[in-house]
Ligand binder design. Structure first.
Ligand code: SMG
Ligand code: MG
Length: 368
């Protein structure tokens, strides 16, 4: 098989259908770095999922671009596509997991396209259809939120994630639960917005039969999460804290979480994601696939990952139309809260070249 001859970086700007508000800010546009890896006769695609600004984590688009162009892409150029280990080849570069994950995704896609293997099969996926849910951002008021939730329920989603922050939590969740009844699976996500002094307040969320509370405290605060987990009956799920399989093991040993959110970008790639899945499965800890408002490229990868047997809770993987008017792949569609896993070679999606061109704001070729 061929060696890697060229890494193409593209920034695509896709405006959101509805701005997405979390405890750390409002996003109006998805800026994704699309990574295209080329060998002599093969190409592969990846997506870097960091935000425009370093608010969800320390990574951000211009920083990821810089590290990809100057350090990560050069580390894989000239390497054999068949067996280059992107994580190992870039291990000397500290951090930048989302940038590394995007490059690894493109390399794996190219390799698997060349051998005709799907990402699902490569990772060990066991299902062709996976349960998916929807994440609903912070709204202007309860009325607007309930209207948005009704729309999602009409679209067939059976699990709704609500974003919370101080001042938009217990009363809001009470209103939603009263509105939707007991049959809708509800969970909440704070994106680190609370502090240890808020634990008594958070315990009040136990009233509402939530599936889980996601990342209430800062990423580093495993002991704080363990303290909260002892006080609450609702399971604690970690997102921002989980940056590797090693950290996952520590978090579970400390009982800081009983459910784990896996995002390939946050942990440095699909292969590390699978290690976390395997570790959690061996301990009977449920995992689910998080979302970073991906384009169709990252969504395809998430679906392949979510087809592994330990992903027993619905992923944050919604229909493309909920995010973008025009995606850069054919749209993904959820039916009755389920979504099909691509079966074609590699990621199993074809990039829509004209949509890609139309959305491209910046390009750079990295070659030897
Ligand atoms: O992809 O549907 C999606 C969004 C899911 O809420 C979602 N993701 O913390 O889990 C999370 C957030 C992070 C994205 S906001 C940058
Ligand atoms: Mg989260």
């Amino acid at each position: 098989m061929t060696t890697i001859t060229n890494v193409e970086l593209r920034r695509v700007d896709l405006p959101f259908v509805t701005p997405f508000r979390t405890s750390f800010g409002v996003q109006h546009v998805r800026q994704a770095i699309v990574v295209r890896v080329l060998g002599d006769d093969v190409e592969g695609w990846g997506e870097v999922v960091c935000g425009v600004d370093p608010l969800y984590s320390s990574e951000y688009v211009d920083g990821a671009w810089d590290v990809l162009a100057r350090y990560l892409a050069p580390a894989v150029l000239g390497r054999p596509l068949r067996d280059v280990d992107v994580a190992a080849a870039t291990a000397a570069i500290q951090g930048h997991r989302m940038a590394k994950a995007g490059l690894e995704m493109a390399v794996l896609d190219a390799r698997l396209r060349a051998t005709g293997t799907s990402m699902k099969d490569h990772l060990g996926g066991t299902r062709d259809v996976v349960p998916v849910g929807v994440s609903v951002g912070i709204a202007d008021d309860h009325a607007q939120l309930l209207e948005r939730i009704d729309q999602r329920l009409e679209e067939g989603y059976g699990r709704v994630k609500l974003k919370i922050e101080p001042g938009w939590d217990v009363d809001m969740v009470a209103a939603v639960r009263a509105h939707v009844g007991d049959d809708v699976a509800l969970q909440v996500d704070a994106n680190t917005a609370y502090r240890r002094s808020d634990l008594d307040h958070l315990v009040a969320l136990d009233e509402f039969g939530l599936v889980l509370v996601e990342q209430p405290l800062p990423a580093h605060d495993l002991l704080g999460h363990a303290d909260l987990a002892r006080r609450m009956t609702t399971p604690i799920c970690l997102d921002e804290s989980i940056t590797s399989a090693a950290v996952t093991r520590d978090a579970l040993d400390l009982a800081a979480a009983s459910i784990v959110n896996i995002k390939p970008g946050r942990v440095g790639g699909l292969l590390e994601s699978r290690r976390i899945h395997d570790l959690c499965r061996a301990r009977d800890v449920p995992v689910w696939c998080g979302g970073m408002l991906e384009t169709g490229i990252g969504r395809a990868a998430n679906l392949a990952l979510a087809s592994l047997p330990g992903f027993t809770l619905p992923g944050d993987i919604s229909s493309s139309a909920r995010y973008f008017h025009q995606d850069i792949t054919p749209p993904f569609v959820a039916h009755d809260g389920m979504m099909a896993v691509p079966t074609g070679a590699g990621l199993g999606v074809e990039v829509d070249r004209s949509a890609l061109e139309a959305a491209t704001a910046r390009t750079e070729q990295v070659s030897r």
